[in-house]
Design a protein around this ligand. Sequence first.
Ligand SMILES: NC(=O)c1ccc[n+]([C@@H]2O[C@H](COP(=O)([O-])OP(=O)(O)OC[C@H]3O[C@@H](n4cnc5c(N)ncnc54)[C@H](OP(=O)(O)O)[C@@H]3O)[C@@H](O)[C@H]2O)c1
Length: 280
Amino acid sequence: MNKIICITGASSGVGLATALTFARNGWTVYAGTRNLERDQAQFATEGNLHFLEIDVVNPDSIERAMHVIAEEQGRIDLLFCNAGFGFIRTLGQASFEQIQSVFDTNVYGVMHTIRAALPLLIKAESGHIIATSSVGGLVGQPLNEIYCASKFAVEGLLESLATYYKPLFNIDVTLIEPGAIETQFVKTALDQVAATGGVLDDEYKPIVETYIDMFTKRNAVSQTPESIADLMLELTQMETKPLRIRTSEAAERFVNHKVQEDPTGLKGIAQTRKIQLGLE
Ligand SMILES: NC(=O)c1ccc[n+]([C@@H]2O[C@H](COP(=O)([O-])OP(=O)(O)OC[C@H]3O[C@@H](n4cnc5c(N)ncnc54)[C@H](OP(=O)(O)O)[C@@H]3O)[C@@H](O)[C@H]2O)c1
């Protein structure tokens, strides 16, 4: 039986690499994009790769996509909540609308997507939800407080779901936690700074300039989106799925002080299940 994956944020970077890799490996891929015509024409070269209009801040678009998958396949084996973007403004500088827009995509977008896909995941009888978190979902970083808070929220959401989705629905839950990846991510974040007045001439300026300089140079230690796509495939083959997994050695080193007691998160889930649900 062929397997079905649905991916959000599949127009570039990690999402696109995962869509292409899974399609080449025989999966039926539903790839969410905000540029349907462009991506269908440019990337849907494999017969089993289908682009669908999904803007994760628009729950109706997600519902419509799930309706198509329900009609064509009747289930989803793997839901990949990947759409997201970085944000570099301090809490003191950002407008509430900017903060809200980060959470609309990075947090509420994940919630909308899981809610809409849940009936199809349950129908798979052994579904898997994976979300793209970040090392910033485990370790708070300077000038990244809004982005990190959004990824901490995703971590809290999926960790909580993991405590009962497996015993109740046989759905595994995994957070992938990358460090730097060579995608549009840095450009998008820096473009947004440029489009909203550039580096502001305020008390944060010296630290912002240093940070942006280091942020721009981080490609030296970054990994390719294709390497993440390969890890995604490996995850599908693991008998016991981790709750959390870093995607590179650099990412592992960066968060080690937070996860060394329980690197996969499975110990913590087992403990919470036992205390709060009485499950062994
Ligand atoms: N690159 C890194 O260094 C890094 C590190 C840690 C975590 N991450 C995470 O990795 C994930 C993928 O990012 P990437 O590195 O592959 O960057 P990317 O190349 O910029 O891809 C981001 C994807 O998210 C999509 N997206 C943004 N807002 C959306 C919305 N409202 N609805 C639907 N799609 C939306 C983008 O679509 P458009 O093309 O339409 O904008 C694009 O397809 C993100 O969650 C990001 O936070 C990235």
